[in-house]
Write a protein that binds this ligand. Structure first.
Ligand SMILES: Cc1cc2nc3c(=O)[nH]c(=O)nc-3n(C[C@H](O)[C@H](O)[C@H](O)COP(=O)(O)OP(=O)(O)OC[C@H]3O[C@@H](n4cnc5c(N)ncnc54)[C@H](O)[C@@H]3O)c2cc1C
Length: 426
């Protein structure tokens, strides 16, 4: 335990009884997804070896199992993974995205004119994003967390309450713990957010993202493609070798119909969208569909509580930014907590958590609104709207400075960038 703790000092009875009876931690992280595990490592770096950091996840045994999903990791987030010592482990499975093209057409159009192209690095030799298999990243984070002495518990947190300088929580079958700071990294359906009484603004898109991996005949040369089709974007994202990760948005009923098709019919639908530029194409992982929606917590903080990742915000994968936003939360929260601890302040005090909220809220809201607007603008059948947006895309394409800004923004390197995203230690 670091510094002078206040947890464990409360009187007996109710949650205060939990606080007095339970062993104490400095930070309890609830959720071992990519955000939760990254936060555990960032806090270990910031708070040092004496900090008691506990991470709960009932699915601990399954973390790192291959579900075929991949994520575009922006340059800033990759820098943080380097500083946390996990990038070297996943680098072999990662593919730099060297360029990107955007098209806008009907599903059955034979030609897909390119309206927008992005290429170039954020810094010489540094790609603006890499594609990484989620399983490889999660396994690397889990190994690093074990090596860093994070106390990993395979249990769900069932209840908590804040009282007199600490939070008492109960987990699994009768376990209890007191902590100074509780962090909810428990995903879009966060129970902790609900238990804290934090309202969540949310809506569904009536769309699902079908995702899987394909192999193809010819090299992709590191090019990502986003084809805006009437039902939603169809993205092909390069992986090492002649492979791509597909994120294929459809109306939910159509996604279910597609997943129920025999392999040959599914292949036909795939080829209609993927095209033949890269020669033959073959599905090599099981396609799975994820319902898509938007959600934003009314507050990212509570009493000794911070929300991080999908627990705080959920966005459409149209720009591949959901996890990147979560990793930016991680970098910002770890920095404000570390800054406070180093000058001997209570790192879960309202002023510290408010600094975290101020840092993340505007950026998150701006990204949420942008992805929501893009999805509405592009996922429709209107030819008039298509003509208007194509003029817009064409204009952007002729503005290299603006495109450079978009690239730095997507890389997470604009605004007040937390140290970890700049590639600096805490
Ligand atoms: C189709 C698709 C494609 C995407 N592509 C990209 C992309 O390219 N780039 C990108 O940046 N983002 C992308 N995203 C978004 C990204 O996948 C998510 O934002 C990210 O995985 C969320 O991580 P998380 O750790 O916040 O939450 P989760 O991954 O949901 O993890 C939550 C964890 O909390 C645990 N948990 C839940 N309740 C409790 C409890 N009570 N106690 C203890 N543990 C609990 C769960 O077991 C789980 O392990 C995509 C999303 C979709 C749907």
């Amino acid at each position: 335990m670091i510094g002078t703790g206040t947890t464990g000092a409360a009187a007996s009875g109710g949650i205060e009884g939990v606080l007095s009876a339970a062993p104490g931690a400095d930070v309890a992280i609830v959720g071992g997804g990519l955000a939760g595990l990254s936060l555990a490592l960032a806090l270990r770096q910031g708070l040092g070896p004496d900090a008691d950091i506990v991470l709960f996840d009932p699915g601990l045994d399954r973390l790192g199992a291959d579900d075929g999903r991949c994520s575009a990791i922006a340059a800033g987030a990759r820098r943080m993974l380097c500083v946390l010592g996990v990038w070297d482990t996943v680098a072999a499975a990662a593919q730099p995205i060297c360029s990107m093209i955007v098209t806008d057409s009907r599903t059955r159009d034979v030609a897909r004119p390119v309206f927008l192209t992005f290429d170039g690095d954020v810094e010489p030799g540094e790609a603006f994003a890499h594609m990484v298999p989620n399983a490889a990243l999660q396994a690397a984070l889990l190994d690093a967390a074990r090596a860093a002495g994070i106390d990993l518990r395979g249990a769900a947190v069932e209840a908590f309450d804040a009282a007199r300088g600490g939070v008492g929580l109960s987990f699994g079958a009768g376990g209890r713990l007191s902590t100074r700071l509780l962090v909810a990294c428990d995903g879009a359906r966060s129970r902790l957010r609900t238990m804290a009484g934090i309202a969540n603004v949310s809506w569904g898109y009536g769309q699902s993202g079908i995702t899987f991996t394909v192999e193809h005949e010819r090299p992709h040369e590191g090019r990502a493609e986003e084809h805006f089709l009437p039902a939603g974007p169809f993205a092909t994202l390069p992986l090492p070798g002649n492979r791509c990760s597909i994120v294929w948005t459809e109306r939910t009923a159509d996604a279910e119909r597609l997943l129920a098709l025999p392999a040959a019919a599914f292949q036909e639908e795939l080829e209609q969208r993927f095209g033949h530029k890269l020669g033959w194409v073959k599905v090599v992982s099981k396609p799975r569909a994820y319902p898509l929606g938007f959600a934003m917590a009314r507050s990212f903080i509570g009493d000794r509580l911070a929300l991080v990742g999908d627990a705080a915000h959920l966005i459409h994968p149209i720009a591949g930014q959901g996890l990147n936003m979560g990793l930016r939360d991680v970098a910002a929260l770890a920095e404000v907590v570390t800054d406070a601890a180093r000058v001997g302040l209570d790192f879960a005090a309202p002023s510290v958590l408010e600094r975290y909220q101020r840092w993340r809220r505007f950026d998150t809201l701006a990204m949420g609104v942008a992805t929501d607007g893009l999805n509405r603008l592009f996922s429709n059948r209107s030819d008039v709207l298509r003509a208007v947006r194509d003029v817009g895309l064409g204009l952007v394409d002729r503005m290299p400075r603006l495109k450079g800004l978009f690239i730095r923004d997507a890389a997470g390197l604009t605004g007040e960038v937390p140290k970890l995203l700049r590639g600096e230690m805490l």
